[in-house]
Design a protein around this ligand. Sequence first.
Ligand code: FE2
Ligand code: FE2
Length: 392
Amino acid sequence: MMFNERLVNLLPGRMRNQVAQWFEAAEIFGEMRDPKVLAAIGPAGVRGLLLQRGKQGVPTQMPAAHQAHFDWRYPHDNAEMASLYRRAKEGQWNGDSLPWHTDVDPFNPEVPLIPADFIDTAKLASFGVRLDAREELRLRYSLTAWMLSQFLHGEQGALFAAAQVTEAVQFFDGKMYGSTQVMDEGRHVEVFHRYIDTKLNKLYQINDNLYVVIDSLMTDGRWDMKFLGMQIMVEGLALGAFGVIYKQTKEPLLKELLRNVIQDEARHVHYGVVALREQFRDHLTERERSEREDWAYEVALLMRNRFMAFEVYDEWFAHRLTRAQWRELVSTSPGMMDFRHVMFVRLIPNLREIGLMSPRIVPHYERAGLMRYYHGRSADQLTGEQLLADLH
Ligand SMILES: [Fe+2]
Ligand SMILES: [Fe+2]
């Protein structure tokens, strides 16, 4: 990488960034040692990282092939899923009921969207970029709009994945529960989009790495891969991210929006843990289980290392900082560190609970610095209320 970076730095500005991006993509593929995992993520990686299909400004068509599983006997086959279905019916809420009349001014320093330490401006200055107070507020506004845009894109993926899994899953109680999740995700798309559209007026394109994960699970016919990707990885990480913003924002409408969404998401991740725990324990061979274990690990790294707001970099700093400097800035800024930390607090215990943390993979997580989250509580032991209480 050192050699690559030196090589890249010799190139003129625009070309330098393009080539640096290709090297980053090559590095991701290089990390995938299991050929089955490479086969599962590789084509999506080419579409997302190299062809940037999510950034072409036109709708994306993804072929989806899964078996729709009908059961004409309507069995009550899972008490925990049935109970989640009951709770989900009672927990429905109307997106119109949020306090949309709230006047949101993203540039009001008295009511910050995210705290000042989200980006370390002293470090930025050490790279030769000094921002005045107004620009600092604008940068934080951009970062908030970027995060919420990624949440929105993730919610669109969650909506489609929930619909597919509802068809494909074999548990009938799971299908009933899944119908409520489809509604929940539709509502999440509604409220995030409405907030971005009417309060922030700024929508960012989908991040390439998020695109890869969504593309990979939409085009995989196995329902448990869709589930692992969406319910455990994307939603588990999103749940952590929602929590950080919920805890730190002073903007009351955004706080209320996230409070409601977090309670729905807690059910979704809980369902993911219940369904996959049984599936991985009782219905997979050891070879199939370990393939999922590797896949989850690669996706965790993809999210940890790569969720770096390069869309904001491209807009703000492409001519003033190198991608490596931006990566260092994002990796060391207190707010962004907190962001990534909280994401993994929730994710790692869920992976343990569904049986994807065997002694074979643990040393890899150890090396990635993620084992410190191992003993936390998994989603099936936490209600939405407890999750919110934990954040205070
Ligand atoms: Fe959602
Ligand atoms: Fe969800």
